[in-house]
Design a protein around this ligand. Structure first.
Ligand SMILES: Nc1ncnc2c1ncn2[C@@H]1O[C@H](COP(=O)(O)OP(=O)(O)OP(=O)(O)O)[C@@H](O)[C@H]1O
Length: 334
């Protein structure tokens, strides 16, 4: 008989209402499998950090519950703390200490015997290519190195589950993609389950085995990046015209799955397969003596998935609080 695989995390209507009535997390039901990288994707203020804070026992849920590594979130907080590691958004390492000193402090906090701690610290520094830097002061580290140190701070107690809240916030694009490699290495080498939050589409697309999109405290959809893209059923063709009349004509093309005219005489059209449909569209327009000025074809991306399910793009404005935190990280990581 095949063994039943229980999820390592299962939430049941997990809800957080802050004083003042803000429902930050609203009846969350998620299941996370052991050893997967699970990404919680959402805009600023969607409820990601609040979810992480509840699952890591930093704040109590208002209602609902979760089972984490077999332990009850409401009853077994201490036991849960022993099997999880957390890397919060804000930096926690002390720049005036050496890398190893920061790690030893965490080890002593968990009462890890000295010899065991030293071996663990050595192994962790090696995974993130910091072996030569362990005995240097953190103030000498580059931004990316410091973030890598932060990453392994969450692993000193050999957790089964690692929570990463916006692990690359404030890093430049190159350093960010290097961090992804280290996160993947950590998962492979240590077999740890990783839950990360991000508002970077590319980050979850590249890293996560499964993603949930969260908006206004609710999960809108969960799946692998590929299955989410496939769920959109179709490519998006955007065409720009000289006039709104021409755009309206294009919109009336009968072979689309859906089509709408946006401002600036642009038409956004969804078709099953742009490779076969686009020549037919152009022929249809030619018959009507209309031709587009620009044509853009987009195969489904996570961007489109996000737009489809939340009704707005994730790349929009950064809220002032997020901006403040980002700038603080950028300054401290310089
Ligand atoms: N301590 C708090 N007291 C009151 N409201 C809060 C508190 N913390 C968060 N909120 C509000 O709860 C909602 C969800 O915030 P949360 O920080 O969980 O979102 P997020 O998706 O993690 O965004 P960010 O990436 O900016 O942290 C927001 O409306 C936020 O303003």
């Amino acid at each position: 008989m095949e063994a039943i695989r229980l999820p390592i995390i299962k939430t049941e209507n997990l809800t957080k209402i802050y004083p003042g009535g803000i429902k930050a997390v609203d009846g969350l039901n998620i299941e996370i499998e052991e050893a997967e990288i699970y990404g919680l994707l959402g805009k600023n203020g969607a409820g990601k950090t609040t979810t992480i804070k509840m699952l890591t026992t930093a704040i109590d849920p208002t209602s609902g519950n979760a089972i984490i590594g077999g332990y009850d979130l409401r009853k077994d907080k201490e036991k849960i703390r022993r099997i999880i590691g957390v890397v919060p958004q804000d930096l926690t390492t002390d720049a005036d200490l050496k890398g190893v000193e920061n790690l030893r402090m965490i080890a002593s906090f968990y009462n890890i015997p000295k010899q065991e701690a030293e071996q663990r610290i050595k192994d962790l520094l090696e995974i993130v290519d910091l072996s030569d830097w362990g005995n240097k002061y953190v103030s000498q580290y580059s931004g990316g190195m410091r973030k890598r140190l932060e990453l392994i701070c969450g692993l000193v107690n050999s957790p089964k589950i690692l929570f990463l809240d916006e692990p690359t916030l404030g890093l430049d694009v190159n350093t960010r993609s290097k961090m992804w490699k280290y996160i993947r290495d950590i998962q492979k080498e240590l077999g740890v389950t990783i839950i990360l939050t991000s508002h970077y589409l590319e980050e979850v697309d590249q890293l996560a085995d499964r993603i949930s999109i969260i908006d206004h405290g609710k999960i809108l959809i969960t799946g692998t990046p590929d299955s989410l893209k496939a769920s959109l059923k179709g490519d998006v063709i955007t065409m720009e015209f000289n006039s709104m009349e021409d755009a309206e004509l294009a919109r009336s093309y009968p072979g689309s799955l859906e089509a709408s005219v946006m401002g600036d005489a642009k038409v956004r059209m969804k078709v099953e397969n742009s490779d076969t449909e686009l020549p037919k569209i152009l022929e249809y327009l030619l018959e009507k003596n209309v031709s587009p000025i620009t044509i853009n074809v987009k195969k489904p991306s996570l961007d489109e998935v996000f737009l489809e399910y939340t009704g707005s793009s994730i790349e929009e404005d950064i809220d002032p609080e997020q901006f403040r935190r980002m700038m603080q990280n950028v300054r401290r990581l310089r």
